[in-house]
Unconditional design. Structure first.
Length: 318
């Protein structure tokens, strides 16, 4: 197949239009016109978020172009999940080197479309231009009458919780870095991050959540951000953290500190959230699966507690 320079922008757009599938009744006009038109925003509010991924920083050596495309979409849908919004469309701009094979670009487009399918939405527009290897996307969401979950509502006495398990993506990275490709589950967590959009909708609909943020930049970063925005502290119990099944084994094999891997590494697209303890049944009734990991305090920072040890949680390192 030709390179991007050989194909030209117009041909590339037509080829990608054949990949991006229509699946939402909310899309009035999709790719192909000067702009997209969407409807179905029942309460008149649009949730919008933009994020970019680059080949240099985000594509690990084993990651396929499809997985890279999936990731480019997933990082945006994860932000919608943290707000409690249902995805209603994705705008994506690809800036790739002219000598890139067209088939690789179409694989990126396919990965983006697959993630859209997982989130029950679609690509509604975008652009392609020669560039250094960056995909920048904007995801649009609908709150459908729900109150948006934000980072600044945590109150002392609230419970701190998290969806899913922690440390999987970091463990996958360490496994690959050290040649241990047998840890397929952790590696999959690294290369195919799953946005918790359904959980986010259920959490917001429950009315129980006081603050929320995704863990793309790590547990420590998310805890510090919510504490700063809400002017509170946290006590996070190490023994309560739901560590992924392969994480401790991989850390031991690669001689890496488990705590640092779980707390300071990013890549886990789970949701960290706080809620009034009197509303815990509302979350259970909403069908949200989560682990209780700590409590919000009157302090000014989050602390990790392990027995008699208590240390301030630090920002992420990956």
């Amino acid at each position: 197949m030709a390179t991007l320079d050989e194909s030209g922008e117009r041909m590339l757009i037509e080829h990608m239009r054949s990949i991006f599938r229509r699946r939402s009744e909310d899309t009035v006009i999709g790719p192909g016109d000067d702009a997209a038109v969407i409807g179905g925003l029942s309460d008149g509010r649009v949730v919008a978020t933009t994020d970019a991924v680059s080949v240099e920083r985000h594509k690990t050596p084993n990651m396929s172009w499809e997985q890279f495309g999936w990731t480019a979409a997933a990082v945006n849908f994860s932000d919608l999940a943290a707000m409690g919004a249902r995805p209603v469309g994705l705008l994506t701009a690809m800036s790739m080197p002219g000598d890139m094979e067209e088939s690789d670009l179409l694989d990126i487009a396919s990965g983006i479309d697959q993630c859209c399918e997982f989130c029950k939405t679609e690509v509604i527009g975008g652009d392609t231009k020669p560039g250094p290897g960056i995909v920048s996307s904007t995801a649009l969401g609908n709150l459908e009458g729900r109150k948006p979950m934000t980072r600044d509502g945590a109150q002392p006495g609230d419970i701190v919780a998290v969806t899913g398990s922690l440390g999987n993506a970091a463990a996958g990275f360490l496994a690959l870095e050290n040649g241990h490709t047998e840890y397929e589950d952790s590696i999959f967590s690294l290369t195919v991050p799953v946005p918790r959009w359904e959980e986010g909708i259920k959490m917001a609909a429950s009315g129980a959540v006081s603050s929320c943020m995704d863990l793309s930049d790590g547990l420590g970063n998310a805890c510090r951000t919510i504490c700063a925005r809400s002017h509170v502290g946290m006590e996070i119990e190490w023994e309560f953290l739901p560590i992924g099944e392969e994480v401790e084994e991989i850390c031991a094999l690669c001689r890496k500190d488990v705590k640092e891997t779980v707390v300071r590494w990013g890549g886990d697209y789970e949701l960290l959230f706080t809620f009034d303890k009197s509303k815990i049944q509302d979350l259970y009734d909403a069908g949200v699966a989560f682990s209780l990991i700590g409590v919000v305090t009157n302090d000014s920072a989050p602390y990790l507690c392990d027995g008699e040890q208590r240390s301030e949680m630090q920002d992420g390192i990956y």
